[in-house]
Write a protein that binds this ligand. Structure first.
Ligand SMILES: NC(=O)c1ccc[n+]([C@@H]2O[C@H](COP(=O)([O-])OP(=O)(O)OC[C@H]3O[C@@H](n4cnc5c(N)ncnc54)[C@H](OP(=O)(O)O)[C@@H]3O)[C@@H](O)[C@H]2O)c1
Length: 274
């Protein structure tokens, strides 16, 4: 039986992950901003704590309460988050600050807070839900991509710091999943449409609007995939979810390698002559 701490279990991927863990008899400490999750379960044990992930003072208290309630926590999932769409030029300081508080600084603080406890219990697994936007960004998602890339980089460095302590790290990058993510309830938009960006950002935002509510990814299957990764003896550091995420990442990596090759001579021309 696995014990989980999952942020943002009121809706979407966090909720389906909590439901999947409970269904197999696991114990879940889940955070919400309100006071209910709408989760009904016949198996497993659910503890619900209140957390606004952007509140820097709340995180240590919630983590302490979570460990007090269940003793050991095997898997910590940084899931809560939201997207910000629009041209980078129009993102305000306030929008950027809020986005990074919720999608980067909150998860960072949560990791900092759980690490001494995971060390004390000789292991654990930190799972950061990032995004395909953090690996293969598109126009119109620059701020969100920057936040999710930060979590990708943090995850890769963190694993190198903590693997000798028995702590595992996985950055999960979902493609498009049918949650509230693209609804007005979740996504933020940094400005009205602009003529200047009609050719670049415009078509991307149109496509996202068309896809809202029709995304090809099934959140229940995303949850099953995360369970499989967590249960694996050697979990992946980077896990993509969805064939759309796979295709975008392959195209991105092919383009990166191709460009690296084309510029190799310039790249290698910068050392002092011996
Ligand atoms: N769905 C996708 O296509 C997709 C793709 C790539 C990455 N992701 C990532 O997957 C994660 C989950 O997204 P989702 O698709 O499940 O979206 P969702 O349906 O909008 O759910 C978002 C969850 O995060 C919580 N949350 C948002 N802001 C919060 C805050 N400031 N403090 C505490 N909780 C907060 C929400 O709680 P409330 O109910 O209180 O708002 C909700 O539980 C996010 O990190 C997102 O960036 C999703």
């Amino acid at each position: 039986m696995t014990t989980w701490l999952i942020t943002g279990i009121s809706r979407g991927l966090g909720k389906t992950l909590a439901q999947a863990a409970l269904a197999r008899g696991d114990t879940v400490v889940g955070t919400v901003r309100g006071d209910t999750t709408g989760i009904e379960h016949r198996t497993g044990t659910l503890h619900v704590l209140s957390l606004e992930i952007g509140d820097p003072h709340a995180i240590e208290l919630v983590v302490a309460e979570a460990f007090d309630r269940v003793g050991r926590i095997d898997v910590v999932v940084n899931n809560a988050g939201y997207g910000l769409l629009g041209p980078i030029e129009f993102a305000t300081d306030d929008e950027l600050a809020k986005l990074f508080e919720v999608n980067v600084f909150g998860p960072f603080r949560l990791i900092r807070s759980v690490l001494p406890r995971l060390r004390a219990q000789d292991g654990g697994h930190i799972v950061n839900i990032t995004s395909i936007a953090g690996r293969a960004p598109m126009a119109g998602s620059g701020a969100y991509a920057a936040a999710k890339s930060a979590m990708e980089g943090l995850s890769a460095a963190l694993l190198q710091e903590v693997w000798p302590l028995g702590i595992k790290v996985t950055a999960v990058a979902p493609g498009a999943f049918r949650t509230d993510f693209l609804s007005d309830h979740s996504i933020r938009r940094s400005n009205l449409r602009s003529e200047a960006y009609a050719a670049s950002v415009g078509p991307v935002l149109d496509r996202l609007d068309e896809h809202a509510g029709k995304q090809i990814g099934d959140p229940a299957l995303a949850a099953a995939a995360i369970l499989a990764a967590v249960d694996a003896p050697k979990p992946p550091l980077h896990l993509l979810l969805g064939p759309d995420a796979l295709q975008r990442t392959r195209e991105k990596l092919d383009a990166v390698i191709d460009e690296m090759d084309r510029w190799e001579d310039v790249t290698c021309s910068t050392n002092f002559a011996e």
